[in-house]
Design a binder for this molecule. Structure first.
Ligand code: NDP
Length: 255
């Protein structure tokens, strides 16, 4: 199977901050035309402008991954799609199972799982037509194991993990590979602040005393590395943690 000629196109969801923005930068540098999607238009436009000014190809497309009609409109607007990075997502709350808000659980499932489902379903025909398509799912180590206070997020990320694993089984034999990247602790600007609803003190505690949590760039470089392997090489599942984190619950803190 050969790849279509011309500049390959990579769609990145949640490209307005953190891992998504860093991934868009890495893929643009690797020669992809990047389609930056997120709900915050000002941020993705600014990043698209920055990348185009640097000589790369980039454009912004406002998208809420939970809005299927909007996702279908994105798919219809693309001439081609070679790579899809399902990155939009995150955590809401850190309450126990006994006290968690079901609305938070619902929202996390909606964005992390159904959002990934919508975008993957909508772009799969174009990814297949490319002759060498790649679906990336940014899950989490919370998609492989759990921790106290993490059940809602872990349940959603386990859902994303199962989606990736099942899709890989179902489309084997087609020219599309499914790559799951499962990061552990990554210090991004917004992840923990969103989780704790703007409480920056609580958010800071997540990383307290940890010498070097992963950065968005660490994850983005890993995504770019996996995506730029030859088309027959499938980085099936890659777990990425900072050296100071041995498991979801075993973190070395110098306090
Ligand atoms: P951020 O909070 O910085 O980024 C989340 C991104 O998702 C934003 O760009 C946001 O954009 C977008 N997003 C959220 N909801 C929607 C929606 N409904 N539709 C479209 N886009 C949406 O977090 P990170 O960069 O840290 O995380 C990125 C991904 O990596 C997430 O899936 C997260 O769960 C996962 N992850 C993060 C880890 C960490 O420790 N930080 C560890 C492991 C995994 P906007 O608000 O503009 O729509």
């Amino acid at each position: 199977m050969t790849t279509a000629a011309g500049t390959p196109v990579a769609v990145v969801t949640g490209a307005s901050s953190g891992i998504g923005a860093a991934t868009a930068r890495e893929l643009a540098a690797a020669g992809y035309e990047v389609v930056l999607t997120a709900r915050r238009e000002d941020r993705i436009r600014a990043l698209a402008d920055e990348l185009t000014s640097a000589g790369h190809r980039a454009r912004a497309h406002v998208l809420d991954v939970t809005d299927r009609a909007a996702v279908d409109a994105l798919a219809a607007s693309l001439d081609r799609c070679d790579v899809l990075v399902n990155n939009a997502g995150g955590a809401l709350g850190a309450e126990t199972v006994a006290t968690g808000d079901p609305a938070d659980w619902q929202r996390m499932y909606e964005v992390n799982v159904i959002g990934t489902l919508h975008v993957t379903q909508a772009l799969l025909p174009a990814l297949t037509a490319s002759g060498a398509g790649t679906v990336v799912v940014i899950s989490s180590t919370a998609g492989l194991d759990t921790y106290e206070g993490g059940a809602g997020y872990a349940a959603a990320k386990h859902g994303a993990h199962v989606l990736a694993k099942t899709l890989r089984l179902e489309i084997v034999g087609t020219p599309v590979r499914v790559i799951e990247i499962a990061p552990g602790m990554v210090r991004t600007e917004e992840f923990a602040t969103t989780r704790f609803r703007g409480d920056t003190e609580k958010a800071a505690k997540v990383y307290a005393g940890v010498a070097e949590p992963l950065t968005a760039r660490d994850v983005a470089e890993t995504v770019a590395w996996a995506v730029t392997r030859p088309a027959h090489v499938n980085v099936d599942l890659l777990v990425l943690r900072p050296r100071a984190q041995a498991s979801n619950t075993k973190v070395h803190r110098e306090l």
